[in-house]
Design a protein around this ligand. Sequence first.
Ligand SMILES: O=C(CO)[C@H](O)[C@H](O)COP(=O)(O)O
Length: 297
Amino acid sequence: MADEGVVAVYKNNAITDSKKTPFSIKVGMAQMLRGGAIIEVVNTEQAKIAESAGACSVLISQQSPHSNAVSRMTEPSMIREIKRAVSIPVMAKARVGHFVEAQILEAIGVDYIDESEVLTIADDENFINKHNLTTPFICGCNNLGQALNRIREGAAMIRAQGELTSGNICKTVRNVRSVMGSIRLLNNMDDDEVFAFAKKINAPYDLVAQTKQMGRLPVVHFAAGGIVTPADAALMMQLGCDGVFVGSDVFDCSDPYMRVRGIVQAVRHYNDPIVLAEASSGLEDAMAALDLSEERV
Ligand SMILES: O=C(CO)[C@H](O)[C@H](O)COP(=O)(O)O
């Protein structure tokens, strides 16, 4: 399943963390999640359901007591408890720029760290220098420039992030299309035009050139935000993503196992409308009432 091309490019490019895990290894670890659904969970019970329904990983999230409270890294004992309960990889979130939260998550032994703009931002100028840690990082983006800047800082996986907890995928589609559209533009460019394009999107030239050479982002590229049905998941895959993140609202229904299972099947068989019809059947529970006027930041 691993795309050897991606790892090989990194070996040749010598982008390594000299004292830590080589970047190529982190990129390879993220590759193992390709073609999968990562399910956000807030407790052990949800993590077990996600695992039994075929999720490739769980992303631990904290239920905030107030909607406008500062949201931080999940409390370590909850992370340890979930790690003991499941055998699939466990991800946890650190605040943007909060490298100490990342150090703590690494000490606990999480498999991947999500530097999450979904939490309250800790440093509004600097992202974590992810090369200083051994654990592979995931970062969000809205466009190609942001994606390549995060990769330069050491992100081994990119998540095109849309709107949160709304069940509305419009912003996610927009951001995925923005990344894919820029890559298509780049593919059609003359090599001489790449310098000006890199400047225009404010991204490192070498990574822009590498993206052109590979015809895709140089790391695994997932979609996140508002993905709640098998059809949503298959849409992201047909748009070119390598997998999806699904929020914990997926558990707000009478049969969360069936819903997660349907999404997992849809990610695996995204080009097969017969399987997609089967995966979508029997999920009659509407998700929690949606208020499109309320956008969580
Ligand atoms: O925090 C996340 C990724 O870092 C969420 O898992 C992801 O954005 C899912 O969002 P939603 O709740 O809209 O499905």
